[in-house]
Design a protein around this ligand. Structure first.
Ligand code: TYD
Length: 207
């Protein structure tokens, strides 16, 4: 089974990814966590280029293709073989991040972004995608709390950009059945319980 997590920076994805892994392992599943961009030797190198604050001259088209190149490698080197072995693969971000950030956020032609994603991921389409939604004001508060000094190149973007990204996720969640939107203002435990409910339901119906 392939599960992805999406949302704005600081929405609490990473905490939930770890909690879900622990829960699935406790019921005897093999689980592999992946983070995007990254996850393979080549993809981690691309991640460095993408997030390096010195690369401020990077064009948005190059950014889109680098994210997608990193993902194309990750899918073929890791995700597909793991899924074939029956693993549960959980990815902290996946192709929907490119649609939300580069498509809606950077305003690159949406159908081009989607076509590139299809090419990059092939048949590795997530079974479930959890979108942890938080209003921008809450994101801002968390950003200050977690140290505004250490932001990467993309996290340095303006609020207008993040508004477009969030609205993009909301639009995608209305179009795609695999998207499950979760209110990110709930407690860590409440969010976790909702996620478990959906995943257990999926397992019951598909295994
Ligand atoms: P990261 O430090 O992994 O952020 P997070 O922990 O919030 O996931 O940095 C990833 C950054 O790259 C994040 O700001 C989102 C952005 N991003 C894109 O713009 N497009 C993409 O396709 C992906 C995967 C990430």
């Amino acid at each position: 089974m392939f599960i992805t997590f999406e949302g704005l920076d600081f929405c609490g994805k990473s905490t939930q990814v770890t909690l879900l892994k622990e829960k699935l392992e406790a019921i005897g599943k093999n689980v592999t966590l992946i983070r995007e961009p990254g996850g393979t030797q080549i993809s981690e190198k691309v991640r460095k280029i993408l997030l390096d604050k010195e690369n401020s001259e990077m064009h948005i088209e190059a950014e889109l293709l680098l994210f997608s190149a990193s993902r194309a490698q990750l899918v073929r080197e890791k995700i597909v073989p793991l899924l074939h072995e029956g693993h549960f693969v959980i990815s902290d971000r996946f192709h929907d991040s490119s649609i939300a950030y580069q498509g809606f956020g950077r305003e690159i032609n949406l159908s081009s972004v989607k076509t590139i994603q299809k090419f990059a991921i092939g048949l590795a389409i997530p079974h479930l995608t959890f979108f942890i939604d938080l209003p921008l004001e809450e994101i801002d508060k968390r950003r200050e709390k977690f140290g505004a000094t250490n932001l990467d190149r993309i996290e340095l973007s303006e609020n207008d950009f993040y508004n477009r990204v969030r609205n993009g996720y909301i639009e995608m969640s209305m179009l795609e059945k695999r998207f499950i939107t979760i209110d990110g203002t709930l407690s860590i435990e409440e969010i976790h319980n909702k996620i478990i409910e959906v995943v257990e339901d999926w397992i019951k119906n598909n295994e």
